[in-house]
Design a protein around this ligand. Structure first.
Ligand code: ASN
Length: 330
């Protein structure tokens, strides 16, 4: 029997439309609906029984927490259904790694969830979307993809949600995992895994996902980007604005300029949870300086700032302590 794969369409460039087929920028993202997207890839019928649904039609740079939570909620429903074997999500690439990581945090099933997108609009010459959809369906229908959490599939490669990031502004090979590399590929239609996915599910992911479905928003947790001569005034500003947490994208191994460190320390004293991440693309943020640990800052480990932010938001919703977070990120 064929596997039953459900596609959720969120918009993005994969559904982008431009007036000129040679245009790869300046298009309207999210303009092409799921019916048209699926019609461009009739080959999926040979792989699985595929159904589709339009959940949003947005440029993913505009995604809100409400829309992310709606996605979590719909994926949860689908994973609990006996007649769905896997889920494919078509999504804009700008925030794809964020939605993928959020879904992976609360992934509770052995069924695959595969996110794909495109760098060229649907109307472009050599549009990359159709093949990416076909590959995503192939992966979602593969027995070998079970128990690997949420996967990002583009450009014939398979990446784990935890480690993947968008590296290039415009290249089709934009998604890479700087630590660890791709975990698999689709070679001439054949799904191959080289090694295991870096799973990062929260303990009790099923009940955490249920908790998230009842939320309409997530706590205010800004990411502050560190730079030379940073005086920390933004830390004070967001603390006054009611931030519940702050992710500081420091330099290198999560280094924080002394004046910012002092302000972040004051924020922790006020009950704001602080995560130290890095603007460097590759590598792990470790405990580094003793003063960071003494101040109560949490090292982001392998998470980039945007993913660390989502983790912190979910942790705050679930009432997890800084100690729980520390343990999860260690
Ligand atoms: N390639 C893309 O999908 C970019 C687009 N701005 C989006 O994230 O929706």
């Amino acid at each position: 029997m064929q596997k039953r794969i459900h596609i959720l369409a969120m918009g993005g460039t994969i559904a982008g439309s431009a007036n000129d087929s040679s245009a790869t920028t300046g298009y309207q993202a999210g303009a092409v609906g799921i019916v048209e997207l699926m019609a461009a890839v009739p080959q999926v019928k040979e792989i699985a029984e595929v159904t589709g649904e339009q959940l949003a039609a947005i440029d993913s740079k505009d995604i809100t927490a409400a829309e992310q939570l709606q996605l979590v909620s719909r994926v949860r429903e689908l994973l609990l259904k006996g007649d769905v074997d896997g889920v494919v999500i078509t999504h804009g690439t700008d925030t794809m790694e964020e939605s993928a990581y959020l879904l992976d945090l609360v992934h509770f099933a052995d069924k695959p969830v595969v996110i794909t997108g495109a760098m060229r609009p649907a109307t472009a010459l050599s549009a990359d979307g159709p093949l990416n959809i076909l590959d995503a369906v192939r992966v979602a229908a593969a027995d070998s993809a079970r128990d690997r959490g949420v996967l990002v599939v583009l450009n014939n490669e398979i990446h784990s949600a935890r480690l993947v990031t968008k590296m290039s502004t415009t290249a089709v090979e934009t998604f890479q995992s700087p630590v660890g590399g791709a975990i698999g590929a689709i070679n001439d239609g054949v799904v191959v895994f080289y090694h295991g996915a870096e799973l990062h599910h929260l303990p009790n992911a099923l009940s955490v996902s249920e908790k998230l479905t009842s939320q309409k928003e997530l706590p205010y947790v800004p990411v502050l980007y560190g730079h030379s001569d940073d005086d920390g005034r933004l830390v004070k500003l967001v603390a006054d604005e009611g931030a519940k947490g702050i992710v500081y994208a420091g330099m290198g191994n999560g280094s924080i300029p002394a004046r910012v460190e002092a302000e972040l320390g004051a924020a922790v004293e006020q009950g704001i949870v602080v995560i130290r991440a890095s603007s460097s693309i590759s590598g792990m943020v470790t405990k580094a300086e003793a003063s960071y640990e003494e101040a109560g800052f949490i090292a982001s480990g392998l998470l980039n700032p945007r993913k660390a932010r989502l983790l912190l938001q979910v942790a705050l919703v679930c009432g997890k302590s800084a100690a729980d977070l520390r343990k999860f990120l260690a």
